[in-house]
Design a binder for this molecule. Structure first.
Ligand code: ZN
Length: 135
């Protein structure tokens, strides 16, 4: 088991199944229209349990980030340095994603990013890429 393997449950399955299909899927409240993130059975805005699937565009803005230059777990021993980023998507959704390749000169808050997906045996996870970066 990889250290980063997500714990998928009823509230997060839609998101992780979407990642497996390389889509950013979220639950949208059918009553007030707000996207529920983190996933939840009840809408935190209006308490409705009615929901539909919203697929958000795979692009956003780098809200914040941290460069991890020391491995905090053996599973990431060969991956440092790597970036953990908070990315703002459409509709006030903020997700965490890694940025695997980056230029320290262009890594900055507010930078536009696109979202790709990294596939593992058991799941896929979102990866942010700085727009305009080589990869
Ligand atoms: Zn609602």
């Amino acid at each position: 088991m990889e250290f980063f393997e997500p714990r998928i449950n009823g509230d997060t399955a839609l998101f992780w199944e979407g990642c497996r299909a390389h889509e950013l899927r979220f639950s949208r409240c059918k009553d007030c229209g707000k996207v529920r993130w983190p996933g939840a059975y009840l809408c935190p805005s209006c308490l409705s349990s009615e929901a539909e699937t919203a697929v958000l565009p795979p692009e956003g803005t780098l809200y914040s980030y941290v460069i991890m230059d020391k491995p905090f777990h053996p599973s990431v021993q060969d991956k440092v340095p790597y970036v953990v980023a908070a990315v703002d998507l459409a509709e006030n959704v903020r997700i965490l994603a890694n940025i695997l390749e980056y230029d320290p000169e262009t890594l900055r808050c507010g930078a536009p990013v696109s979202i790709a997906f990294a596939d593992s045996e058991n799941y896929s996870r979102p990866i942010a890429r700085l727009k305009g970066a080589a990869k």
